[in-house]
Ligand binder design. Structure first.
Ligand code: PEP
Ligand code: MG
Length: 837
């Protein structure tokens, strides 16, 4: 016996129906009922009853007597999970039809129409409830109904059930069981449902969508799902009752301005009522809804309403419009948009309506989409670009020499690498769509072709890189324009107004800095100065400096670089107009600046005017087994102190120059890859000395702040000592993650998919901050730093600075700001606002 029959309730305005026990659909229908919309009689079946049914308890007739105690009642059964995203078993319509009701129905709407309705129920019952072979129930034509009933009897050794109670009990049982099936579980868990997510069900009187006059079924919504702009869309299918198609069936457009006959013309009063109901539902449900309706001989029934499906850009527009209309407060509009989706608005996107022929999947390293012809090296990219042809650079992985090619291309695709690999970081900085770690690619540079799963593509073939999804597509896809409109700007202003953690940008170039300003970043949190030399014209100067092994050669190389850097910093200061600018002293992973092949060595020998053998010898001497743990960051600064001296001088001279023209500048100088307090002391002493020299030479005063990048576990643990000499600590969570896990940020892409797939890591830790491990180092470092120096500024400038969950963590930990790629600033601002609401 089933114990919970009392949680079958008619949905009335006052019934106690909550979304947790009865599901979102039941709750939503109750709201529509309260609005006095013409909703057919409906009942909500609570999750406990559904569970009992799934466990094999029968449903007592009594409990269903309200439903079938009336003549000719036909009902639908729909799933009602707690969240509409969790899906549920398919709807079953026309439950209750039998030979008697069928006969009576035929008198009302004609034999053919009644046959179509009965047939469609027999078919769906046979296939979904009795689980008979669908091929046996594909009947249509004049004798279809008789054939289907016979077929049912032959297969089941009994007549088709005539008792409506039994039909309904079987439908409920089948739906309750389907919810527990392994596929349904997996699908909903992927959408965030807990393992034991309950299911409610909704039973509703069928509104007849066949008959004389205007009869049929349809759906209507009042905004465009792709753009979010107000527009009535949907369809109306005359004489269509569920899957049953009646005589004289036709499909109408909804509005008069469409390309064919419309409901608005055929039945203007029906259309006007639908619009009226839509406006009311939007206000009461505080959401843009898609409304399912039936028209029976001119009378409307509202049978269901669901949240309108929407693209990222539509979700922003809809939230802002609801707030503008006073339906929701600004803070709620801020909460309604997924920060991650904002990335889609800043770039071109593949139109979700266009077909996708996937060439390969990889890691979505930089968002947006672009179409171009395949090229395999920078020279080809430049040649294509010079002809005005868009191209996509396809490489195994990228190195600084590829910057030219990346600049000349509209997108980048690499076989190797992870979210913080060279290609990924540079592409994000350039705002180019990029996919890395597409390990199914086989690149044949010699024959200029790429192979992937049995397909071959040549240089010049057209592909589309969808850096938002991580899929490269064959051919040219339809793209949507970026949507930096008024709604976008205002939503972010509302997010800023909520407070939250500060947001700065990682900006290396004037273009980056301008983007940062455009997106209202509160300053530059990381300028990677070595990136200023990725440019083809400048790469030789950087190499010259790295290669110099005699003091005189080095002095000359540094003399060449100083004015470039001074110019760089002056421009950054001017663009940022008094906002803080944090400049990181050089952190050049040497291997990224060394040539990798004979051709590169040759080019370098030429540019340095040295014999090839000398260059080869020096490259060998500089080569490291483990360059990411080698002569990087402050280690270079301590070993060859003239390099940082030169940078400090460039920064201070630029400070004086820029302060003369505008607001006074207080530059922030940051030391990378520190692991010991003494490193900071040594650098600080020299930087102070350079500051004193420049003050003297220029006969002017200025202030600056010196800080440390915490990106080794030891620096986090020793943050107390280190803070004694630091005005700020900025966690470089890319390296900190690499070193905490002992996981190469450039190579982890190869197995990250498997690791995440098997649940070893919940997420790629280079993408989402590992709060348990790396996060503990952040908290420990911040706490020790603050204990030593309470006014110290604490921030994160690794890629995690643009990740919403990581931003929330930093906000809760009381950090002062996060810094992320300029194109992620809007995402970070929204996430920051949300963390404060
Ligand atoms: C970091 O390590 O987190 C960081 C920001 O520095 P980079 O990515 O340049 O190593
Ligand atoms: Mg680093």
């Amino acid at each position: 016996m089933m114990q919970q029959a009392n949680d079958i309730k008619e949905i009335t305005p006052s019934a106690a129906i909550d979304a947790i026990s009865y599901g979102w659909r039941a709750k939503c229908l109750q709201r529509l009922v309260r609005m006095e919309l013409p909703v057919p009689k409906s009942w909500a079946i609570g999750a406990e009853t559904v569970q009992a049914i799934a466990a094999g308890h029968g449903v007592p007739r009594d409990a269903l007597s309200a439903i079938f105690g009336r003549e000719d009642a036909l009902v639908s059964v729909r799933p009602s999970a707690q969240s509409p995203d969790w899906g549920g078993p398919g709807t079953v319509l026309n439950v209750g039809i039998n030979d008697v009701t069928h006969k009576r129905l035929a008198k009302r709407i004609g034999q053919e129409n009644a046959d179509a309705i009965y047939l469609s129920f027999v078919q769906s019952y046979a296939i979904h409830i009795a689980r008979l072979d669908p091929d046996m129930f594909a009947q249509h034509g004049p004798n279809a109904l008789g054939d289907a009933l016979r077929c049912y009897r032959d297969e089941m050794d009994e007549e088709f059930p005539q008792d409506p109670y039994r039909q309904l009990a079987e439908v409920l049982r089948s739906m309750a069981r389907a919810w527990d099936g392994p596929t349904a579980r997996l699908l909903r868990q992927a959408k965030g449902a807990p393992q034991d997510a309950p299911l409610g069900l909704v039973v509703q009187d069928m509104a007849l969508a066949m008959g004389s006059g205007i009869s049929g079924s349809g759906s209507i919504q009042f905004v465009d799902s792709v753009t979010g702009t107000p527009r009535v869309t949907g369809r109306f299918r005359g004489q269509h009752h569920g899957a049953a198609v009646g005589t004289g069936a036709e499909t109408l457009y909804l509005t008069r301005d469409s390309r064919g006959p419309s409901l608005e013309d055929a039945a203007p009063e029906v259309f006007a009522d639908l619009v009226r109901f839509g406006v009311a539902a939007r206000e009461r449900l505080r959401e843009e809804m898609q409304i399912e309706f039936v028209v029976t001989e001119g009378q409307i029934s509202i049978i269901d309403a669901v949240r309108v499906q929407r693209s990222s850009r539509a979700s922003v527009r809809i939230a802002v419009a609801l707030a503008d209309d006073g339906i929701i407060p600004h803070s709620e509009a801020v909460m309604r948009v997924d920060p991650r989706s904002l990335g889609d608005l800043l770039h071109h996107q593949v139109d979700p309506r266009s077909p996708r022929d996937v060439l390969v999947r990889g890691i979505n390293a930089s968002p947006g989409a672009a179409t171009g012809r395949i090229v395999f090296n920078s020279a080809a990219a430049q040649a294509f670009a010079a002809r005005g042809e868009a191209c996509v650079l396809v490489r195994r992985e990228t190195v600084p020499e590829d910057i030219r090619g990346m600049h000349a291309s509209v997108a980048v695709l690499t076989e190797r690498g992870g979210t913080t690999s060279h290609a990924a970081v540079i592409a994000r900085g350039l705002g180019r769509p990029c996919i890395v770690g597409a390990s199914d690619l086989v690149i044949d540079n010699r024959n200029r072709q790429l192979l992937c799963k049995g397909r071959t593509f040549q240089e010049g073939d057209m592909i589309t890189v969808d850096g938002s999804s991580g899929e490269a597509l064959v051919g040219e896809a339809t793209l949507l324009e970026p949507a930096l409109d008024d709604s976008f700007t205002r939503l972010l202003d509302w997010a800023d107004a909520a407070g939250g953690i500060g947001v700065r940008a990682n900006a290396d170039t004037p273009a980056d800095a301008r983007t940062a300003r455009r997106f209202n970043a509160q300053g530059i949190g990381l300028c990677r100065t070595e990136h200023m030399f990725f440019d083809t014209d400048r790469l030789p100067a950087m190499r010259e400096m790295i290669f110099a092994d005699k003091p005189e050669d080095r002095r000359l190389a540094l003399q060449r670089i100083l004015p470039m850097q001074r110019q760089d910093f002056t421009e950054l200061f001017e663009i940022m107009a008094g906002l803080p600018v944090t400049i990181r002293l050089f952190d050049p992973p040497l291997h990224e600046f060394l040539p990798h092949d004979r051709h590169g060595l040759h080019e370098l020998a030429e540019s340095l005017d040295l014999p090839l053998s000398d260059v080869t010898r020096r490259v060998e001497a500089l080569s490291e087994f483990n360059p990411m743990l080698g002569m990087r960051g402050v280690r270079l600064g301590i070993t060859v102190p003239e390099i940082y001296d030169m940078q400090a001088r460039a920064i201070f001279e630029a400070t004086v120059d820029a302060s003369r023209k505008g607001a006074p500048i207080v530059p922030e100088i940051m030391i990378p890859l520190v692991s010991a307090m003494r490193e900071v002391e040594l650098v600080k002493n020299r930087v102070d000395a350079v500051a004193a020299e420049v003050r003297n030479e220029r006969r002017t005063n200025f202030n600056y702040r010196l800080g440390v990048m915490v990106e080794t576990p030891r620096a986090a643990l020793r943050a107390g000592d280190i803070a004694a000499h630091s005005a700020f600590l900025s966690f470089g969570t890319n390296d900190l993650t690499q070193m905490t896990y002992g996981l190469s940020r450039d190579d982890a892409g190869r197995f990250m998919g498997i690791y995440v797939g098997q649940g070893v890591y919940a997420e790629d830790p280079f993408h989402v901050l590992d709060q348990d491990g790396v996060g503990e180092l952040l908290l420990t470092g911040a706490q020790r730093g603050r204990a030593q120096r309470p006014d110290i500024t604490i921030s994160v400038c690794g890629e995690h600075g643009g990740n919403p969950e990581s931003i929330q963590f930093c906000h809760q930990a009381g950090f002062d700001y996060v810094s992320c790629s300029p194109f992620r600033v809007p995402v970070a601002r929204l996430a920051s606002g949300q963390s404060a609401i």
